[in-house]
Design a binder for this molecule. Structure first.
Ligand code: ACO
Length: 213
């Protein structure tokens, strides 16, 4: 069943994400954000997950009958876009995670280029992660449907997801989200012209989906 995440769940949620999302989300995986060893982590990503998402009553977890977390969806109210690089990116001391923050910021600036979302209250789906033993059973779908319900109840105008994974993109499309921006990983290059991220197939692009609530 699906539960709202509270601050008491913080340690369990981070432990879950360290086992799965920190390793297998396509961008994290492609740059080996954290080493293989079991107890390794990325403190900057932990901070990103905790930042407002665990105490706002907008995030959800799927729990099995024996009480284990099998899926997590961390959501939050989207910050208005800024022209300058936000301070938490500029000051990020982890060069690998900084690359990811920069990509997300690049996508955000492009999505907001025409100012068409100005003034709207947007629910951002920030992290989607399902236990690898439980995938393909509709857990992410159930979490997303519940997030849409909560977003509507709380008066958000739009839900937005920046999908770094082909599978989360497929899910959004299936739930009637509109594809509004797409960046192929091969087109996002460093100063030498080399792609910054080369995630494994079928993850070829980061795609922004929105749904009006
Ligand atoms: N192979 C083939 N198809 C798959 C797979 C897979 N490994 N995983 C999911 N799918 C398909 C499903 O068949 C379904 O498509 P359908 O509706 O056409 O049948 C769709 O993807 C979603 O299926 P769910 O069962 O609801 O998704 P699931 O519970 O398996 O979770 C998720 C999907 C969260 C992407 C999971 O694969 C995961 O945790 N991946 C690693 C972390 C990650 O990439 N997270 C998303 C990054 S984007 C973001 O966080 C905002």
């Amino acid at each position: 069943h699906i539960q709202t995440v509270t601050k008491d769940d913080k340690l369990r949620i981070l432990k879950f994400l360290r086992r799965f999302f920190f390793r297998d989300e396509p961008l994290n995986h492609s740059i080996e954000l954290i080493p293989e060893s079991e107890d390794s982590t990325c403190l900057e990503l932990e901070e990103y997950c905790s930042m407002s998402s665990l105490e706002n009553n907008l995030s959800l977890m799927a729990v099995s009958t024996n009480g284990a977390i099998v899926g997590v969806m961390l959501n939050g109210k989207m910050d208005p876009p800024s022209d300058e690089e936000p301070e938490y990116i500029t000051t990020c001391e982890n060069p690998k995670f900084k690359k990811i923050l920069r990509l997300l910021n690049y996508v955000d600036r492009n999505v907001n280029r025409e100012g068409k979302f100005r003034g709207l209250n947007i629910l951002e789906i920030r992290i989607i992660s399902v236990d690898s033993n439980w995938r393909g059973k509709g857990i992410a779908k159930a979490l997303l449907e519940k997030s849409l319900e909560i977003g509507k109840e709380k008066g958000f105008h739009i839900t937005r997801v920046d999908c770094s994974s082909f599978f989360s993109g497929k899910l959004c499309a299936r739930l009637g989200f509109e594809r509004i921006y797409e960046l192929n990983y091969t087109d996002y290059v460093d100063e030498e012209g080399n792609p910054v991220f080369s995630p494994a197939f079928p993850h070829t692009a980061i795609v922004t989906y929105i749904k009006k609530l």
